[in-house]
Design a protein around this ligand. Structure first.
Ligand SMILES: *Cc1c(COP(=O)(O)O)cnc(C)c1O
Length: 242
C-alpha cells in the first residue's frame, strides 16, 4: 500500500471514531510519526497533503529536514514538525528553531532551557506536558502530582505556551487496555485546568493500535507512525532520547 492510501485509511478511521464519539472530525489532528523513516516516505506523505509530522530526535530531524529541502524545495517550510521525544539540555537551542512544537516537556528544567532561546528569538513555542501514569508506561513524563506546578511555571515563560498534556500508555495488545490511562489523562487535564484557570485544550494520546479508543476518551491529537509508514526498520522504544 502506498503512503497516500495509508493516510487516507487512517483519516477515514479517525473520522469514523469521531462520528461514533459524537465529535467533529476537525477536533482531532493527525501527527504522522516519521521517526526512523527516510525522507522519500515523508515527501510522499507531504505530497498527499500531510503537514504535521512527529520526530523523536533533534539530530535525526535536522538531517532529514535538509534532505527534504532538496526534494521539496522551499515547500519544506510548510512542514509543521513536532518533537515528541525527550529533549537533552544541550540540544534545546537547536530544537527551538527546528520544531514548531514540543509535545513532551517533562520537567521545569527542560522548559526553562527551551524557553531561553525561544524568548531570545521572540518566538512562542507551543508545548505539551508529558505525564507518566504508570511505572511501565514510558521512561519519561512528570508525576501527575507535578502537573499543576509545571503548568503554572511554563505559563510565566515568555517563549513557551502550554496547551495541554501528552501521554504514552503501557503497551497492551488490546487497545481497550489503554482506555483507563486515556481517561485518567483527560481527568488530570480537567483538574489542572480548574486548579490553574489556564486553558489546556490539547490532549495528545493515541497511537497506531489504539487511536480510536483515545478519540473516544477525548484525544485532540493522535500520533500515528506504523499505520502510515509501516513497521520501523530498527527497534525503537517510543521516546528514545532526542
Ligand atoms: C513512535 C511514537 C509514536 C508512534 O507509534 P506507532 O505505534 O508507530 O503509531 C507515537 N508517539 C510517540 C511518543 C512515539 O515515540
Amino acid at each position: 500500500m502506498s503512503i497516500a492510501e495509508n493516510l487516507r485509511r487512517v483519516k477515514d478511521e479517525i473520522a469514523q471514531a469521531c462520528e461514533r464519539a459524537g465529535r467533529e472530525t476537525a477536533s482531532v489532528e493527525l501527527i504522522a510519526v516519521s521517526k526512523t523513516h527516510g525522507p522519500q516516505l515523508l515527501a510522499d506523505a507531504f505530497r498527499a497533503g500531510q503537514r504535521k509530522f512527529g520526530e523523536s530526535r533533534v539530530q535525526e530531524w535536522e538531517h532529514k529536514r535538509a534532505q527534504l529541502h532538496s526534494i521539496l524545495g522551499e515547500d519544506v517550510g510548510q512542514i509543521d514538525a513536532h518533537l515528541i521525544g525527550n529533549l537533552q539540555s544541550n540540544k534545546t537551542s537547536k530544537a527551538a528553531w527546528l520544531f514548531s512544537a514540543f509535545d513532551a516537556v517533562d520537567s521545569a528544567k527542560v522548559a526553562e532551557r527551551l524557553n531561553a532561546p525561544c524568548a531570545q528569538a521572540g518566538k512562542v513555542l507551543p508545548v505539551l506536558i508529558e505525564v507518566k501514569l504508570s511505572e511501565e508506561a514510558s521512561k519519561h513524563g512528570i508525576d501527575p502530582h507535578g502537573v499543576v506546578g509545571l503548568v503554572r511555571r511554563i505559563e510565566e515563560m515568555d517563549g513557551l505556551q502550554v496547551n495541554g498534556l501528552m501521554m504514552v500508555p503501557p503497551y497492551t495488545d488490546d487497545a481497550e487496555g489503554a482506555r483507563p490511562y486515556f481517561r485518567q489523562l483527560r481527568e488530570l487535564r480537567d483538574e489542572a485546568q480548574q486548579a490553574t484557570g489556564i486553558a489546556l485544550p490539547q490532549l495528545s494520546m493515541g497511537m497506531s493500535h489504539d487511536f480510536a479508543v483515545a478519540i473516544q476518551e477525548g484525544s485532540t491529537s493522535v500520533r500515528i507512525g506504523t499505520a502510515i509508514f509501516g513497521t520501523r526498520e530498527y527497534a525503537t522504544t517510543p521516546q528514545e532520547e532526542a
